[in-house]
Design a protein around this ligand. Structure first.
Ligand code: CP
Length: 328
């Protein structure tokens, strides 16, 4: 394997661990100003998408014929589809590589797969992987920007951006907003990215769940994070209630009783009656109706879950444009 960022042949190889400009690996890397700028760019993308057919057509000049590779080592619906539509809305050409239908199945390593995709002409790689740090590793070896579409239990930065954008569509500002994130925090890359982003932008973040899914250590994720165990009590002051999926595939070894969990932490209509009337309900998906949330609440008047999914497209347009240096 080549050293990070080495030249393919000849000369002394230089170790460089910088990441390619335009990469988005974690919310941690972004300043509040960069987050605000991406959210502003998202709003511009959305208004240009909605303005007129001519405006939509004009958007396709933004990344005309640029090559975007979508490399997915793990299942995805929302992220994969919205990245592909985002790229196409900007005029880019896309290729989707699924681990199960590629040479990864034959044993090709992560970095060799990256070299291959780069060598064939990809100008940016969007990557989902089950291991934390996989996108960072790829970015250390490649010259093209890498966008993290979710890595293990680490981060899912574009999800946090679309969540923040959705909050801003309903609330005046992120600063001072009371956001309650409920459920399987321990396994959630979405929670980690949201905590980072919301804290940087001045929101009050509370995390709520049983000890098994919300260890005390979670309080150190960012300054000012509050841990709550009593969902009914913490609901009352929340402006945003964000429910998370219980990641059943990762529960082995944990002492979690699902019936107790549903009794104490499922978001029901009865619980919604205790919330602020203008509180919004969010869920990054995939959502398990009847587990962390009832169907009535998921489809209810305070739910913005479908809008969240839709907002993934303009957010990812802004992120792709940034990656390829095409922002206005
Ligand atoms: N929220 C999210 O990442 O969904 P997918 O796994 O369907 O992409």
């Amino acid at each position: 394997m080549r050293s990070p960022k080495s030249k393919p042949r000849g000369g002394k190889q230089k170790l460089a661990v910088s990441i390619p400009p335009g990469s988005l690996l974690a919310i941690e890397q972004l300043s509040p100003e960069e987050i605000a700028s991406l959210l502003k760019e998202t709003a511009s993308m959305q208004s240009r998408l909605e303005k007129s057919p001519a405006s939509r057509r004009q958007l396709t000049n933004t990344l005309a014929r640029r090559r975007v590779a979508l490399l997915f080592y793990e299942a995805s619906t929302r992220t994969r589809v919205s990245f592909e539509f985002a790229a196409k809305n900007l005029g880019a050409v896309t290729t989707v590589v699924h681990a199960a239908a590629s040479s990864i199945e034959k044993g090709e390593s992560l970095v060799d797969t990256g070299y291959t995709i780069e060598a064939t002409g990809a100008e940016v790689i969007v990557m989902r992987h089950p291991s934390s740090g996989a996108a960072q590793l790829m970015a250390h070896y490649l010259k093209v920007p890498v966008i993290n579409a979710g890595d293990g239990m680490h981060e899912h930065p574009t999800q946090a951006l679309l969540d923040a954008y959705t909050m801003l569509r309903h609330k005046k500002a992120l600063r001072g907003l009371r956001v309650l994130i409920v459920g399987d925090i321990f396994h959630s890359r979405v929670a980690r990215s949201n905590v980072q982003l919301l804290s940087k932008m001045g929101a009050h973040v509370s995390l709520c769940g049983p000890n098994e899914l919300l260890p005390e250590l979670a309080a150190t994720l960012a300054p000012g994070i509050e841990l709550q165990r009593n969902f009914d009590a913490s609901l009352k002051t929340a402006d945003v209630i964000m429910m998370l999926r219980v990641q059943k595939e990762r529960l082995s070894g944990l002492n979690l009783n699902i019936e107790d969990y549903i009794r104490d932490y499922q978001l029901t209509n009865e619980r919604m009656r205790k919330s602020k009337p203008d509180a919004i309900v969010m869920h990054p998906g995939p959502m398990i109706r009847g587990m962390e949330i009832t169907a009535e609440v998921a489809d209810g008047p305070q739910s913005v879950i479908v809008e969240q999914v839709a907002n993934g497209v303009p957010v990812r347009m802004a992120v792709l444009a940034r990656a390829l240096g095409a922002r206005k």
